[in-house]
Ligand binder design. Structure first.
Ligand code: C5P
Length: 415
């Protein structure tokens, strides 16, 4: 059972901190609340104190508290720090190392694992400034949870909602010693050997690495308004980018035209054509691993028209030129990532074709999937991991689970 120092930031989701304290206490954890000035606009110290059965700390300048329980002691007396809800402002101040109130001072002074549960307006969450701050924190080993997606108090829809308190506690439980459930891909760790029974180690298995992911289809123009496209939704690649970010990597996601929200902590570059994708990949190097999930068009229209083709002149005579093979080019590049993973969407002889592709293209691994069903655009995937050592058949599972497992394997390989 852990001693949780709970920092409650200012935001409409602060009321959920009360429920979180209740559930944490029920699970046997102790909770010491620290309330920011913003948080105090939404919940009272009294209600948190009653639920936590603990004093609530609010000010750096309360001399009585500094004498009895200063900010260093508060951090020392905890096994884990949880920031919930974490506002965009609090995340930015953590990223910048600002220490101008009790909460940020504790966060700067601590050497304990820190879990951040963000909650904010969708635009604020998706803003590049917030995403950069989240990436900074993750690169430093802070576990930043992905916000939930849904209707927001401000009337908008998208990612930014505080995860449910029960889910937050489940994630914390994964980080606690003795549960054995800290999965590598989730950024969880196990117990630290030693004499402190409640000590917690949170390791980010991909901390310090740069992971490059391509995802989605490409669009190859025919004229000013028409394109050649394919049915790739981008979901599998986005899930891999999200899982890599959760595992602590700096992630660059190069995405073709898709309607999937950018995962937390991921730097996304949008492209349209295969040529643009090839350039963006080259610009993003060096990387420790590249996972090329995009369904890149093999051909582009060499004689694409600048303006819209008129129907009455009859069907166009399209001429095609081959697109660059990004995977093959990357395999031969002097900047070749240490681990190069390709995907192979096949409808026949899935494994044999994937194995041939692995050697022909110079990839280390190929993730082969049978796309004869509704994999493209669907939520589930059944894949085979083809490596130099052989073939692993993975069960039918969600694209998120494929992503988690693949990222865990990547972490084992490159760390
Ligand atoms: O040859 P095929 O398209 O089946 O190869 C699939 C793999 O190669 C995927 O990893 C895909 O992202 C990558 N690829 C690429 N550039 C291309 C074609 C495919 O990077 N032009």
């Amino acid at each position: 059972m852990a001693r949780i120092l709970l920092i409650v930031g200012g935001g409409i989701a602060a009321y959920k901190a009360a429920e979180l304290i209740r559930l944490a206490r029920k699970a046997g954890h102790s909770v010491t609340p620290v309330l920011t000035a913003g948080g105090a606009h939404f919940v009272t110290p009294m209600s948190l104190a009653a639920l936590a059965e603990s004093p609530v700390y609010t000010s750096l300048w309360d001399l009585k508290d500094e004498a009895e329980m200063g900010h260093i002691q508060l951090s020392r007396a905890a096994d884990l720090l949880l920031v919930c809800p974490a506002t965009a402002d609090l995340i930015a101040r953590m990223g910048a190392g600002i220490a101008d109130d009790l909460a940020t001072t504790i966060l700067l002074a601590t050497d304990k694992p820190v879990v951040v549960a963000p909650a904010m307006n969708v635009r604020m969450w998706l803003h590049p400034a917030t995403q950069a701050n989240v990436a900074t924190l993750r690169a430093r080993g802070v576990t930043v949870l992905d916000p939930d997606e849904g209707d927001m108090a401000c009337g908008e829809y998208g990612p930014g909602r505080l995860p449910e308190p029960a889910d937050i506690l489940a994630r914390i439980a994964q980080l606690l010693p003795g549960t054995g459930s800290g999965s590598a891909a989730e950024g969880g760790g196990g117990a630290v050997p030693g004499d402190k029974p409640a000590a917690i180690a949170v390791t980010s298995p991909l901390a310090g690495t740069h992971i490059l992911v391509t995802a989605g289809p490409t669009h190859e123009p025919i004229d000013a308004v028409r394109v050649i496209a394919n049915r790739s939704s981008g979901r599998q690649g986005f899930a891999i980018a999200a899982a890599a970010a959760r595992a602590g990597a700096r992630v660059t996601l190069i995405a073709g035209p898709v309607a999937v929200p950018t995962p937390g902590g991921v730097a996304r570059i949008d492209v349209e054509t295969a040529q643009q994708m090839a350039e963006a990949v080259a610009d993003a190097l060096p990387a420790d691993a590249a996972i090329l999930v995009a369904a890149v068009a093999d051909w582009r229209v060499a004689n694409a028209a600048r303006s819209k083709l008129k129907k009455d002149v009859g069907p166009p005579n399209l001429e095609f030129a081959p697109n660059p093979d990004i995977l093959r080019t990357l395999a031969q590049s002097p900047d070749r990532p240490r681990l190069l993973v390709g995907f192979a969407a096949e409808t026949d002889d899935v494994i044999a074709n994937a194995a041939a592709k692995r050697t022909a293209k110079g990839a280390d691994w190929i993730v082969a999937n049978d796309v004869s069903g509704d994999v493209m655009g669907g939520a589930r995937n059944r894949v085979h991991l083809v490596t130099a050592a052989g073939v692993e058949d993975w069960p039918d599972q969600s694209k998120d689970d494929v992503a988690r497992r693949l990222v865990a394997r990547i972490a084992e390989e490159i760390q």
